[in-house]
Design a protein around this ligand. Structure first.
Ligand code: C2E
Ligand code: MG
Ligand code: MG
Ligand code: MG
Length: 292
């Protein structure tokens, strides 16, 4: 009986594994098509200065990639970015993201509206690419971005991959006038000694700590300590995933510089923000809200 059970489990697992592998292969194939068929779009989410009035322009926006699959609908970047990474497709996709984000930013800038900076996420593969620095330089020149107008976000583990090489790459980006942020801070495993060596300007406190900041004393302690640490290293802190007024108030009381989260706006397409910043539509007015 037990043996039978074992065999059934085995068959079940094998079937599940095959299904997962098949699913992955079709996603991979479809991802390849997506780049050719322009199924990608960028959404932008505001970062606001702590304590700024509700109608203030955001200081920055973060570009977040969206994939509108013709049959499956929206697929989360958390799902497809890892596949794009492993297949190297991120090279093409990432180049498109960079160009598109800078193009939108240049339009807002030309219209005299919008944020002072646009932030783009970089994956491990992109940071390792020998073409990165030249590509960033070319895209900034193409769209006329000045010093401080482009921010690149990398995660701790990306920077930890090959620290010496990462530091060199990041220094070259700094020389182009790029602002550098560590994304999802606190979820990786970087040592403080190492962090000090990175030529970064911004720490993004992960949503993980912000979520229960008012109820979980550990999260409150980690957030407060991160703020103190970052500030003593001369870094600015942006809190991610701020959804409630209570979270905002806690972060404000602890000197967090900037806030990002649904409380201040969900990621939305460029046209949405164009309308808002041109004053045509107020946030919260009745218009369809795109899901994050
Ligand atoms: P991330 O860079 O940490 O981006 C923040 C994520 O948190 C986004 O998820 C955003 O929609 C979500 N978020 C923002 N505010 C809130 C909030 O108040 N509550 C909650 N629950 N979530 C909030 P998204 O857009 O699904 O992206 C997931 C991750 O995928 C990103 O995390 C980033 O690591 C990666 N990603 C997205 N776009 C790109 C891209 O163009 N290139 C690369 N390499 N990675 C990207
Ligand atoms: Mg990010
Ligand atoms: Mg993040
Ligand atoms: Mg994250």
């Amino acid at each position: 009986h037990a043996k039978e059970q074992g065999r059934n489990n085995m068959q079940y697992f094998t079937a599940a594994l095959n299904a997962a592998a098949g699913e992955r292969m079709s996603l991979e194939r479809e991802l390849r098509l997506a780049t050719e068929q322009e199924q990608f779009e960028l959404h932008y989410q505001p970062q606001v200065a702590t304590g700024a009035p509700p109608d203030a322009r955001p200081c920055a926006v973060e570009a977040l990639l969206r994939w509108h699959h013709p049959q499956r609908g929206q697929i989360s970047p958390a799902r497809f970015i890892p596949i794009a990474e492993e297949t190297g497709l991120i090279e093409t996709i990432g180049a498109w993201v960079l160009d598109e984000a800078c193009r939108s930013f240049a339009q807002w800038k030309a219209a005299g509206i919008g944020p002072r900076r646009v932030a783009v996420n970089l994956s491990a593969h992109q940071l390792r690419s020998p073409a990165l620095v030249e590509r960033v330089e070319a895209v900034m020149r193409r769209h006329g971005l000045a010093d401080g107008e482009l921010e690149l976000e990398i995660t701790e583990s990306v920077a930890m991959d090959d620290p010496a090489a990462a530091i060199e790459k990041l220094q070259a980006l700094r020389r182009l006038g790029v602002t550098l942020a560590i994304d999802d801070f606190g979820t990786g495993y970087s040592s403080l000694a190492y962090l000090k060596r990175l030529p970064i300007q911004i720490l993004k406190l992960d949503r993980e700590f912000v979520r229960d900041i008012e109820t979980d004393p550990n999260d409150a302690a980690i957030s407060a300590a991160t703020l103190t640490l970052a500030h003593s290293l001369g870094l600015e802190v942006v809190a991610e995933g701020v959804e409630t007024a209570a979270q905002r108030d806690f972060l404000a009381a602890h000197g967090c510089d900037k806030l990002q989260g649904y409380l201040f706006g969900r990621p939305q397409p460029a046209e949405h923000w164009l309308e808002i910043w041109q004053g045509g539509n107020q946030p919260g007015a009745e218009r369809p809200r795109h899901p994050a």
